[in-house]
Unconditional design. Structure first.
Length: 277
């Protein structure tokens, strides 16, 4: 069953989304050479405490940290530890928050320090822009597969990197979000015709849209810690995510400070009014 939210519930999710946006702002600033991923986790915990929000990652299925920090060939679910960041690293920071029982979840990719080749810069750009293409397809009357198609189509239309391919990760994808962090429906980042078109998108539906792309294989494996997900061929990856609510007035990007207004305007999409403005 797909949970539909009331305007009041979406307002709570927007409040949680702004906490996530602040976590990303502060951890991205701190993601410099010499910092550890545990340092970033401590910052995220401090933001949650300052804002009176609760963590939704910590303890989830036994996850031992406040955020996920995935470095280089780690695609998702990296556990913050004493790993020290270095110039040239690519890092995804996946964060979440709960406000009044309602969840938000988002991820960004950070290029640490200097020395990144054009291929890595482009990898992050393509991943982020495919996310916005998916968000733009979150319109009343569309179906879930239209979001998947928009993400995949954007990626497939980009010039190939030096490695020869972009691998759209197959084993992980987006999801519904609301009174729980992970809910129906599951959202692929590519079109699988065997799965049908999925539910119709209607006001009150909230999705966490999150493309994950590598510079090689779409295949991944989980390490012995039962969380850390790496690409099978060791190629580096990027992960971008936003939680998005569909309202009668259009989409609202709950985890973007401006609600997604600037990015979606460039795609010809009008953002719904911010309930907290």
């Amino acid at each position: 069953m797909v949970e539909l939210k009331t305007p009041e519930q979406i307002a709570h999710m927007r409040a949680a989304g702004l906490v996530v946006a602040e976590i990303h702002r502060r951890t991205a600033e701190a993601a410099v050479p010499g910092a550890s991923t545990k340092d970033l986790d401590d910052i995220a915990a401090a933001v949650l405490a300052e804002r009176g929000a609760k963590p939704n990652f910590l303890g989830y299925g036994g996850f031992p940290a406040t955020i996920c920090t995935s470095v280089n060939d780690v695609v998702v679910h990296g556990i913050p530890d004493r790993t020290v960041l270095a110039s040239g690293d690519i890092l995804s920071i996946d964060a979440g928050a709960i406000v009044n029982g309602w969840h938000a979840d988002a991820a960004i990719t950070v290029l640490v320090g200097e020395g990144h080749g054009a291929e890595l810069v482009e990898l992050s750009r393509v991943t982020e822009e495919s996310l916005w293409a998916g968000i733009a397809a979150m319109r009343k009357g569309n179906r879930l597969v239209d979001v998947s198609r928009a993400v995949e189509t954007y990626i497939r239309r980009q010039p190939l990197p030096v490695s020869g391919k972009y691998g759209i990760v197959e084993q992980y994808g987006g999801h519904g979000i609301g009174s729980e962090m992970h809910m129906d429906p599951h959202l692929l980042n590519y079109v699988d015709r065997r799965r049908g078109r999925g539910p119709r998108l209607v006001p009150g539906m909230c999705l966490a849209i999150e493309p994950m792309i590598t510079l090689g294989t779409p295949k991944t494996h989980v390490l012995a810690d039962e969380w850390t997900v790496k690409s099978n061929d060791g190629t580096w990856s990027s992960h971008w995510e936003h939680s998005v609510a569909l309202t009668e007035e259009g989409p609202l990007v709950l985890t973007a400070p401006d609600g997604g207004r600037e990015k979606l305007a460039a795609l010809g999409v009008t953002v719904a009014p911010d309930p907290l403005a």
